[in-house]
Ligand binder design. Sequence first.
Ligand SMILES: Nc1ncnc2c1ncn2[C@@H]1O[C@H](COP(=O)(O)OP(=O)(O)OP(=O)(O)O)[C@@H](O)[C@H]1O
Ligand SMILES: [Mg+2]
Length: 274
Amino acid sequence: MSDKNPELTAAIKEKLKPKKFTKNPILGTKFTIAISSAKGGVGKSTFATNLAIALKKIGCKVGLLDADIYGPSIPKMFDINEKPKSDGQKLDPIIKYNVQCMSIGFLTDQQTPMIWRGPMVTSAIKTFTQKVNWKDLDFIIVDMPPGTGDTQLTFSQEIKMDGAIIVSTPQEVALLDVKRGIRMFDKLGVKILGLVDNMSYFIADDGKKYKIFGEGGVKKTAEEFQKEFLGEIPINPEVGKTSDEGIPLVESNPQHEISKIYINFAEIIKSTYL
Ligand SMILES: Nc1ncnc2c1ncn2[C@@H]1O[C@H](COP(=O)(O)OP(=O)(O)OP(=O)(O)O)[C@@H](O)[C@H]1O
Ligand SMILES: [Mg+2]
């Protein structure tokens, strides 16, 4: 670089310096845990909602932050139709099933597509993390959108993230994306708590286990990247039905065998942090 114009050279050098981000904690919470997977439709939102309720059931104070700006799921899965109140400065989360919730879907008409550019998504995420009256929480569970885009980047670089759980189905095509997701968090310095194998098998009426999407892929991926394998959740129509009804399985039927699996995951998280 020429030093003919030292002022300009200094300005360019400053621009080229790697940016240092300040990681802000989400006010009002102790720990922030992301539920992620670069792949779409593998059950992140289902896991996030049931896990939030499971943590509440074992005595934690929990928030649920829907970070999926383009395709929010929490309003439907928690059957929330009201708008959050604001004091002009901050928004109050909506409390349902004793979980403090926030979603872009509470603020917009659910039928309207969000046609937003990246910076607008980043600004929505900042509002949800810095301008919501989250109160006295042990955990905020963040339901991430699919992909490795602006939302993941904003959370990883600008918000103090205490861990991420990666949810996947066992198909090769899902695992390819999951590997990208793992590399992204590793690169951005977010601790991965472990991988969950969702929809890993189906138990038919004959009592037999059917491995519909293949076998062992998520566990193998965990080993390959030296991450924890946290366990499996089978396919069960009750899981989808209860989410569609707006009362997730762990809330509607805490004794269900799949609810017990979610509660076990919650115990792991609680004992890791508290
Ligand atoms: N264990 C399960 N058994 C049966 N159905 C499930 C299970 N887990 C998730 N589903 C169903 O799979 C579909 C996708 O789940 P979900 O919306 O949670 O995925 P996602 O990863 O959040 O998707 P997106 O990437 O679009 O945000 C839903 O219809 C949900 O009810
Ligand atoms: Mg989702």
